[in-house]
Structures are given as structure tokens and as C-alpha cells.
Design a protein around this ligand. Sequence first.
Ligand code: PLP
Length: 386
Amino acid sequence: MSRTPLPNRMPLANRMPEGVAREAVIDVGAIEHNVRHLARLTASEVIAVVKADGYGHGAARSGRAALAGGAARLAVADIPEALQLRDAGIDAPVLAWLHAPGANFADAAAARIELGVSSLEQLRAAARAGSADRPVTVQLKVETGLGRNGIAPADYGRVFAEAAEFEQEGVIRVLGIFSHLSNTSPDDDRTALSRFTVAQAAAESAGLRPRLRHIAASHAAIGLPEARLGCVRLGVAIYGLSPFDDRSSADLGLRPAMTLRAAVAAVRRVPAGQGVSYGYVHRTERESTLALLSIGYADGVPRAASGAGPVAINGHTFPVAGRIAMDQFVVDVGDEPVTVGDEAVLFGDPTAGVPAATDWADAAGTINYEIVTRIGPRVPRREVRS
Ligand SMILES: *Cc1c(COP(=O)(O)O)cnc(C)c1O
């Protein structure tokens, strides 16, 4: 070993807990803070979106933190996700809006899940699941230009008229009307908003009086005030991530809730010209130290970020060296005094001097949403509160 230790200048190494190869540290205090901040900023009722296991942060954990931060309600994509929240003991209102063909609305109704309804068929199925003793709460999802689900403008009249009849019978209750924006441009979103106004007027002339109206997710809730409508559905921002390319979490007053970290599992001093990982796409330029981290693409570290994704170790940031493998990848730390057991942070809160999830998204050619939601089940979540 030719490495010269620098005991006097060595920054205090952050160490991983013993026996932990990798983990995602989830700061529920950050989620609470973000919801509180966004509720104040938007002056709106917050529906916290905890689909896809709370964007990888844990659905029930994130839901509880969001409710503690002042969210009025929760939302997920589908009914099985909603039932998981109930199984976890969460009693708050939960909306599910994307249904499998033949989805079990009766189970959903029994668990008091609010059903997003995107078609006449779904409306009728919801009505069949309800009774005058126990009406099913529905929210009507209308298509305003995104081209996904939602009641088509040509069907507004017919669906709203039937909804009003079912409401008269007492088998459903229409709590809300909502849609979703494309975030293409402020003008495109304003066009969708004006279509939404048309849908609302049609609902009212059919005799419906939905208390909630919502169209804005994180992007429009923050960036397009006229889209707030007194109620917003917030996903990525409650986890402290920015939905904008040109504004950071800190710019928006948000705190990233997830820190993904791994232990340095092995350290090797190598000569110049050493090939690193499959395909030798990286070779050391000079004598150097290679640090091995036991986290890989099976854990959600995108292989597309090979050679590029940033990792902070002991106050320095290094790119991935060579290819990311299924279970591991290597960082070339040069002459830095890195030792086995040191903490390597892939991303977290950049105000703490570590990379952002967005840096990994940029390195992999994707968005921060995909980075956090794909962190895999082999990565234990450690809940903390700051
Ligand atoms: C995922 C989703 C949201 C949340 O979006 P963010 O951009 O993460 O805030 C809101 N509404 C619908 C319909 C969604 O599918």
C-alpha cells in the first residue's frame, strides 16, 4: 500500500451503521414540513399522493407524515394501493382513480375508498357497489386534453345526468370533480383549465354540486396559481423534489425526504491502467483507490448512469467508475483516504453537500420521480424525523 494517510487533514468520516450494506433514510419530518409549506403556499386543501409506495418512501409512512403536516386526504392510483393504506390502519379519506378492468368496487366501498370515475361504466359499477345505507363516494375525473383516462367531453352530459340520478337514489355521493394537466406550457394548461370550467358547468347544470374541484399536481400547484382551485393533488413535491427542470428543491422551500446511501464494502489500491467493472469501460488514469459500494441496478440505481452518477464520500463527490452492475458499482476516489464502512451518499438533500436525486436523473436521462420510485425492495427504509 503506497497510500499516505493524512490524519490531520482527514475530514471526519461519516460511517454506515454496522451490518448495513445500503439503505434509504426517510425523513418524515421533511414530508411534514413540505406539506405544511405547500398548503400555506397554495392556500388550498392538500390531497397527498402516496401511490407507488409513496414514490418509494413508503406509502403508509408518507401518508401519516402528510396528514400530520396538514394534508386533508390521500390519493393513490389503484384500489389495491388504497386497501393497503387501510390495512396499515390509516383512516383518512383515500381516493383511487385508475382501475383495473373488473376492479372490485365492492371491496373498495366496504373500506370507504373514494372512487375516481372516468366513464359511464365505472359510474354504474360504483353505483352497484353502493346502497342507500352506504353510498359510495365518487369523484368524477374529466378529460381536458391529456389523452389518458377521464370522462370525454362528448359524454359529460350523459354521465353527469346519470350521476345526478344515482345521487338522488342515494347510492353514490359526488364529492369532487377533477382532471390532470400536461405541464406542456402555461398556455396549454390554461386551455385545459378552461375545458375544466366547461365540465364543471355541465356538472352543475345536471344538478351536481361537487364540493371539491382539483386539477393541479405539484407542477401547476406551485407554478400556475390560477390552477389551485382551493384543492391540489401533490405528489413529488411533498417528498421534497422539484417538478421543475430549472428550480431546485431549495428554491421552492422543499426538503428532500429520501437519502440513499451505501457502505464502502471494499477498498483496493490499483495501478494506472486498471480496468474497472464489466467491459472495462473505465480504466484508471493513474495509481488510484477504488471503493466498492454494494448497491446496484437491482436496487434501482439506474445502469444508464454508469460512468456518471455522483456519489459523496467523506465530503468529496465522485462519479461512478465504469458500469453499474446488478448488486454493486465502483467509485474511483483517487488518493482520498476512504476506508471500509465509510458512508457513500448517492443522493439526499443537496444543502447538506450531497448530490440530489435530480443529479442522478440527469446522469441517467430521466426525471427525479423515476429515481426515487424505482428504489427497490432490497433497500431497507430507515425512518427518521428531523
Ligand atoms: C401522480 C399523479 C399526481 C401527482 O403528481 P405530482 O407531479 O407527483 O405532484 C396527481 N394527479 C394524478 C392524476 C397523478 O397521476
